[in-house]
Write a protein that binds this ligand. Structure first.
Ligand code: DX5
Ligand code: ZN
Length: 225
């Protein structure tokens, strides 16, 4: 039985009131924090000092998604803040094994993200080093983009490899997740779902979280593993 998790992205929240915005999703499994540096992606959001305060006030764990260059040098400081998980992009790391081990050594879960065009197959041997794999279902950089169905075979391949490995690695998807696309992603084997606009661009974000989780749980558990 798969228990699907919903991690709302605060990228679509009110940046002038982030503490209140976190309180509105206290029924979610974690809050997804998108850190962008205007180099790895063409957008700039927030960095260490803001994540530090969010970690202090958040009612739920933080799932930090780093869309920043030179992850080997820049990611460990986020783990030092005590956040639940730190996700670095494979494309921004020269030494992903060393980085994953460093994140874990600093007390955070280690997670590796792949852009839509990055294949999973060459990196399956890294699974024992990871707590989560993030398959981007849009090109990273902005909220509100359409889910890319071309990523579904990669989600399936990753889910099959994880199940076959026997290692408890979570499989996250991020980008364009809504009540329709979450069903396809869950059927393909994802079990952690990031949703920004589908949660915050609704009148009742907590209700949106519950709806998405129910849809994902139903889809995940109807499909034979
Ligand atoms: C995009 C970010 C996502 C974004 C998702 O690069 O990584 O987390 O907030 O937003 P939606 O759910 O609106 O596609
Ligand atoms: Zn994200």
């Amino acid at each position: 039985m798969t228990h699907c998790r919903i991690n709302p992205s605060i990228l679509s929240a009110d940046f002038a009131n982030l503490q209140a915005e976190l309180d509105r999703i206290s029924n979610a499994d974690a809050a997804h924090i998108d850190v962008m540096d205007n180099h790895f992606v063409p957008n700039l959001t927030l960095g260490l000092p803001v994540v530090k305060r969010l970690q202090e006030v958040s009612p739920i764990p933080l799932d930090v998604h780093l869309m920043i260059d030179d992850a080997d040098r820049n990611a460990p400081a986020y783990a030092d803040l005590g956040v639940d998980s730190v996700t670095f992009h494979l494309e921004a790391s020269k030494a992903p094994v060393r980085l994953a081990r460093e994140l874990r050594a600093r007390g955070s879960k280690a997670s590796m993200a792949l852009r839509p065009a990055t294949p999973i197959e060459p990196y399956l041997s890294l699974l024992p080093e990871l707590d989560m794999v993030l398959i981007m279902t849009v090109e990273p950089g902005f909220g509100g983009q359409a889910f890319l169905d071309i990523t579904l075979p990669k989600i399936r391949a990753a889910a099959t490899a994880i199940a076959g490995s026997g290692i408890p690695v979570a499989l996250q998807v991020d980008g364009g997740v809504d009540p329709e696309t979450i069903v396809r992603a869950a059927e393909a084997g994802a079990d952690v779902f990031v949703a920004g606009s589908a949660v915050y661009n609704t009148p009742d974000p907590a209700h949106a979280v519950d709806t998405l989780r129910n849809l994902a749980d139903r889809a995940a558990n109807e499909t034979p593993a």
